[in-house]
Design a binder for this molecule. Structure first.
Ligand code: FE2
Length: 154
């Protein structure tokens, strides 16, 4: 959020500046990227403010079952809710790479365009790791703890 995404955004702005603002396909790239950034940041912020504090609370309770939780978060969120709302932020980044690789027309700075594609591949790898850790480690582990603790049982 602080380095990779702003760096890509700067590269895209540079691409537009160097390639002439009349190139409509580049404006589409910028719009698409800004939308992606908005979705990605919303995804990460929700996890930081809700999912991870919840996971932390479940882990604490699991380790110290007698501990009285003061946080209502244990009852207002769950791994099944997380599963429902967790959207895959790694699919849209692929679309953006495809637009850059296949649909850009007219005159544009190829060096900057290549640099953007390279940075998008790096970002995609990070995001894929993010999703893999959440789906294959965090989610099953916390769901198991919920079961043991009998959280969310009617
Ligand atoms: Fe996520």
């Amino acid at each position: 959020m602080e380095t990779q995404v702003p760096a890509i955004e700067r590269l895209i702005s540079g691409l537009l500046r160097r390639s002439g603002r009349r190139n409509a396909s580049l404006r589409i790239v910028k719009r698409f990227f800004l939308e992606y950034k908005r979705d990605l940041f919303a995804h990460l912020r929700r996890e930081e403010t809700l999912t991870f504090p919840y996971v932390q609370e479940v882990c604490l309770l699991f380790r110290h079952p007698k501990r009285r939780s003061r946080k209502g978060i244990l009852h207002s969120y769950s791994m099944s809710q997380y599963e429902e709302e967790h959207n895959n932020v790694d699919e849209k980044i692929n679309d953006l790479q495809n637009i850059l690789l296949m649909y850009i027309k007219g005159e544009y700075d190829e060096d900057i365009c290549n640099a953007i594609i390279f940075e998008l591949f790096r970002l995609e790898k990070d995001i894929r790791d993010h999703t893999r850790i959440e789906d294959h480690i965090m989610k099953p582990m916390v769901a198991e703890m919920e079961k043991t603790l009998k959280l969310h049982t009617a």
